[in-house]
Structures are given as C-alpha cells and as structure tokens.
Design a protein around this ligand. Structure first.
Ligand code: PLP
Length: 391
C-alpha cells in the first residue's frame, strides 16, 4: 500500500451519518449529505443513502455526473449556482440546483425545455456571511422570475452561513429565513417544500433552538466525514473523528538544531519564516508529503508528533524519537487538508473497509475503477501510535 494515502473508513462515515440523521429527524429536519470533499465518490454516496439521508449534495456537476454514471439514483442537489456554460449538463444530470441569478435561471429553463424536462431549483438568500445568495429584498423578484418559467419548479429556499466570515446560525438569522419563506408563500400562493437552513455549522443551533421555524433541511458534509462542526472545530459528541485519515511515509529522521543558520531571505513560499524558538537539538523527521498533497496547518498528528513546516514536497515534523524511513504516521485532516489530499493525484485513496484496527480490504480507488482484480490487503506496516486524544 502506497505510503502517502487517504484511508477512508466507510463504516465510520456510515455511523456518523446515521447518528446525524437520527438527531435531525428528532427535530423534524432532513439531511442532505454533501459529497464534494470526496469528489462524489460513488461508494460514499451509497453508504450515505443507506444511512437515511434524503438527498446528496455536491458543488460540482462533474461529481454529480460521476455518481449518476455509477447508478446512484438518490435525489441530488447542485450546491453551487450553475455556470451558464454548464446548464445543459446540470439539467441532464437530473439534479436540483441552487440559484441566485435571473440569467442563469433563464438559461436553465431553456436547457430544460430543449430536453423536455422540468428542472427543480432552490433560491439561496444572503443572511450575512456574504458568499452566495440574493439579498432578502430581491427574493420576490427572483421567485417571480422562476414562477414565470414553466420549465422550472421552485422547490426550496435556502441559506448558507459560516463559510466566508464565520457568521453563526442563530435564532435571529434563521428566524428571518422562516419569515421570508412565509412571505413568499403568502404573496405567490406557492408552497415551499424544502427550507434548507445551512451546513454543519447549523448543528448546534438545530440541537438547542427552542423553535426551528420553517427550517426542515440541513446540508451536512464536514460533520459526517470528519465528526466535527466548523464553527469551533469541536468534535460532535458521539461521532468518529478518524473516519478519514492521511497516512504519510517517513523518508528522513535526523537529530537537528531547532534554529537555522546562515544569512536569511525569503522561503520557497515567499513569507519570511519566523525564527523558531531555540529548543536545542530535536528529532526532525520528514515525511514524503507536501503542500501539493496536504494543508500542513490543518493536520492533527498523534501524540509526540508536531508539524513544523511544509514545502511543496516535504512535510517537516518534530518527533519524540528517531523514526525509521518507511514507517508511517497517521494524521486526522481538517476540512482544508482533506480537500487538498483528495485532489492530489499523488495521494492514493483507500476505501478499504475497516472495523477497529483490523484492515479487511485495502485497495486504491484508482485500481478498482480500472476494473483490475482487487489485491488482498497486505499487513500494513503501521507505526503503532496511540490515537490522538481529542478535545
Ligand atoms: C459545502 C457546502 C455545504 C456543506 O458544508 P459543511 O460545513 O461541510 O457541512 C453545505 N452547503 C453548501 C452550499 C456547500 O457549498
């Protein structure tokens, strides 16, 4: 098994999804599971559907097409407003899309008419985080435009927070969303089936709010995959935080001073490195992973392993002892590290199913997609390191 890889434990992801679906159901909320961080991996999609989510969400039509080609039939939501150049593919992939622009809606309607379909749309409303969404005052114009286009069906209104400015979902902004939905229904005499209040950052609010108003759906990605909520990166009680881990292989481990020597200029990435505190000589260990593959600021290592720095191809660590080249170190990635690892062609994606510490199957997704026979799992040469203690 390649020493630089992402181990994805689909059983643990299934556990996480089931638990979140149960909690949401208790509050009258359905879950749309978000697949974009794993690039619309069909095996993930099937696990999520099995866990009881009502739909799958992804931000890219390419990922949605990938799932459709693998015969995933669940309802799907395109979570980013379609590019006008892709409206045809969006309509053909049989997905609901989120929208904010009249021109895009008009183009979607034309594409839907051409292939004799009705395309379902959800309007996104801006509630303060300042990413996508129409300003609340523009919502009626957008709805009126959709209702005039018979090839479109308005199925939902949604909002997204905590992505650009970290604005938290509260009774106030979620209450505003409910009021906007009520106002649209009474003005246009139409029923809004889905009111999608937000993403994993809404979990705290969903659990603790006295009244959820009209909110009856959340779109959950990070909490299902990583077991954390994004507002404080806190572990969600009861969820696995090690369902997805990044495994890296040691290529050097030497006693070195903590402080560099010689005359200093810029680093490989432009920023002048802060001179580190002089802690004498340490075990400096390098694993074969770099900024192309991981976000070094977003990795949780095992006890005794500290991330010091990364260049394009070297991740520099401090370890408690010498590590032998070939040994492996396992990290829990944050969302950013996960995205980077998934999109690096150098990181093998291993969807081997595991229970506990036992590796049952271990094959790379690329190999199995090529249709080659799946090799039996080799005993992994894992460094025996206890799991990091989690907050
Ligand atoms: C990515 C995304 C989500 C999922 O967010 P998480 O924080 O991973 O749960 C939800 N909604 C939209 C619009 C997204 O783009």
């Amino acid at each position: 098994m390649n020493g630089l890889r992402l181990d994805v434990d689909l059983d643990k992801i299934g556990d996480n999804a089931k638990l979140l679906v149960d909690r949401a159901t208790d509050r009258g909320v359905s879950v749309t599971a978000v697949t974009k961080a794993l690039l619309g991996e069909p095996r993930l999609a099937n696990v999520l559907v099995g866990a009881g989510v009502v739909a799958l969400g992804d931000s890219r039509v390419e990922n949605i097409e990938r799932m459709r080609h693998s015969h995933v039939t669940a309802p799907m939501v395109l979570l980013r407003s379609p590019m006008p150049s892709q409206v045809d593919r969006v309509v053909r992939s049989n997905t609901t899309s989120v929208n904010t622009e009249l021109e895009v809606l008009t183009a979607l309607a034309a594409a839907a008419r051409l292939c004799g379909r009705v395309h379902e749309v959800m309007v996104m409303v801006e509630l303060g985080d300042l990413r996508d969404g129409v300003m609340p005052d523009d919502l009626h114009d957008t709805v009126r435009h959709i209702l005039r286009l018979p090839a479109l069906r308005l199925v939902g209104i949604g909002a997204n927070l905590a992505c650009r400015h970290g604005i938290a979902p509260t009774d106030q902004n979620m209450g505003e969303l409910s009021q906007l939905v009520d106002a649209v229904e009474s003005k246009f005499g139409t029923e809004i089936r889905t009111v999608s209040g937000g993403n994993s950052a809404n979990l705290d609010w969903m659990t603790n709010a006295a009244d959820l108003g009209r909110i009856n759906n959340l779109r959950l990605g990070e909490s299902i995959l990583l077991g954390r909520e994004p507002l404080h990166r806190a572990r969600v009680a009861g969820l696995h935080t090690d369902a997805v881990t990044v495994v890296c292989e040691v290529i050097e481990s030497r006693r070195k001073p903590t402080q560099p020597w010689g005359r200093s200029g810029q680093t490989a990435f432009g920023t002048a490195a802060e001179p580190p505190e002089d802690r004498g000589v340490i075990w400096q260990t390098i694993v074969a992973a770099g900024r192309q593959d991981i976000d070094s600021d977003d990795l949780l290592g095992p006890p005794g392993v500290k991330v010091l720095a990364a260049s394009s191809d070297h991740l520099v660590l401090e370890t408690a002892t010498r590590m032998v080249p070939g040994e492996e170190i396992r990290f829990e990635p944050g969302y950013s590290a996960l995205l980077r690892s998934m999109t690096s062609p150098f990181v093998v994606k291993n969807f081997g199913e595991r229970r506990g510490n036992q590796s049952i199957v271990a094959v790379s997704s690329r190999r199995s997609e090529a249709g080659a026979p799946q090799p039996p799992a080799r005993q992994p040469t894992l460094t025996i390191v206890p799991r990091p203690t989690r907050p």
